[in-house]
Design a protein. Structure first.
Length: 78
């Protein structure tokens, strides 16, 4: 279950926490119950990071027209 503060955490902070979780799980020194809880937290963070990246990609692949409409970016005209 997502924490209330998850939406306030930056992409970079989420990614750093996710990297810490991966390192911890890869060590193999985590009890099963804790590993499951940490894994679930990692899945939440992974989804948040993926959602953020998807939104950023959508934003970067569109541009505004003079009428404030979003249109697909097709590169510079030659």
């Amino acid at each position: 279950m997502a924490k209330a503060s998850d939406k306030e955490v930056s992409f970079e902070a989420s990614l750093a926490e996710l990297e810490t979780i991966v390192t911890k799980l890869e060590s193999g020194d985590v009890p099963l119950e804790e590993a499951l809880a940490v894994f679930q937290r990692g899945m939440v963070l992974s989804k948040q990071c993926q959602d953020t990246l998807t939104k950023a990609e959508e934003t970067l692949t569109k541009m505004m027209t003079e009428n404030d409409r979003l249109v697909p970016f097709e590169g510079e005209e030659q």
